[in-house]
Write a protein that binds this ligand. Structure first.
Ligand code: NAD
Length: 280
């Protein structure tokens, strides 16, 4: 159901690679809610993915930008304002990539060149985006910037590797810049800490299927999927959340406040009965 929550709002949406991407679902929901926006992704991802289909579906233009390059970000912000006819009301930063994860380097055997690329793409890029936008005065009063995070920023999760550091840094940048940008221009900056979600980035994580099942059984509401995430992001872009800033907002069906659930305990006890001999 649509509520016209984003009528007259102009946005930029990063990270729609294919129809599984969270960025893709956010674009579809934002379109339903009346927003107009520009879609962006890295040039290689535009070639490999299916963003043109989304652009057609939502009446949007696609502007390539490597999120680590300031000149690409300035061009994106300038062109977006020209295309949309004014300052930007909302931005979704839905970007993450770890070469260490891709190359299957374990956390105690990291390549440090890769590690800096992980941090640059997945976290520093938010700072670069905000700093560039602020210098250009490209965001409207009470504009809303949302970046996507994961609970491995706070707790240790096997297999998440150096993306954990990237997400901690991302959340910290949202707080620090949220203060600076809120004070001077009322611009809001938040991170949404999302459940494991079946996308290209998600399924790159080692042991993802087990993790997905575990968090689903642990959360009283079950995992939040990409469509749920899109609904939540739309509320954060809307005027209904004008005083929400500098927050890391868990969107995970309750997982972050759980210790043990009956559904997980059931599976665990069953395993113990079957594989652990009585004398243990
Ligand atoms: N899938 C999950 O389980 C999950 C859970 C929590 C948070 N997240 C976060 O959600 C966000 C979106 O991920 P997703 O799951 O939709 O996967 P996805 O692979 O569809 O999206 C990641 C996007 O990052 C883009 N990207 C990579 N390098 C880039 C660069 N240099 N410049 C510009 N764009 C670049 C990719 O092209 C891709 O579109 C990421 O920040 C991810 O960490 C995902």
């Amino acid at each position: 159901m649509a509520y016209n929550l984003l009528q007259n709002k102009k946005g930029i949406i990063f990270g729609a690679l294919n129809d599984k991407s969270i960025g893709w679902k956010v674009a579809e929901r934002a379109h339903e809610e009346g927003a107009r926006f520009v879609l962006t992704n890295a040039p290689f991802a535009i070639r490999l993915g299916s963003i043109d289909q989304l652009a057609e579906q939502t009446g949007s233009e696609v502007i390539p930008a490597d999120v680590t390059k300031i000149e690409d970000l300035s061009h994106l912000l300038k062109r977006s304002q020209e295309i949309l006819g004014g300052k930007i009301d909302f931005i979704l930063h839905s970007v993450g990539m770890s070469p260490n994860v891709r190359k299957k380097r374990s956390y105690d055997d990291l390549d440090y060149q890769y590690f800096s690329q992980t941090l640059d793409i997945s976290a520093l890029s938010l700072h670069k985006l905000l700093q560039t936008a602020k210098k250009m005065d490209a965001i409207a009063d009470y504009g809303s910037i949302v970046a996507l995070s994961y609970i491995a920023a706070q707790r240790s999760f096997y297999g998440y590797n150096d993306m954990a550091e990237a997400k901690s840094l991302l959340e910290s940048i949202a707080r620090s810049f949220g203060y600076i940008y809120g004070r001077s221009k009322h611009v809001r900056v938040n991170t949404v800490s999302q459940s494991p979600t079946l996308t290209s980035a998600g399924s790159g994580i080692r042991g993802f299927d087990g993790l997905y099942d575990f968090t689903n059984r642990m959360s009283p509401l079950g995992n939040a999927d990409a469509n749920d995430c899109a609904d939540y992001c739309v509320t954060l872009f809307s005027d209904l959340t004008r005083k929400v800033t500098m927050q890391n907002l868990f969107h995970d069906g309750g997982f972050s406040n759980m210790g043990m659930s009956a559904r997980v305990m059931g599976v665990y006890n069953k395993l113990l009965e079957n594989i652990i001999p009585d004398e243990w």
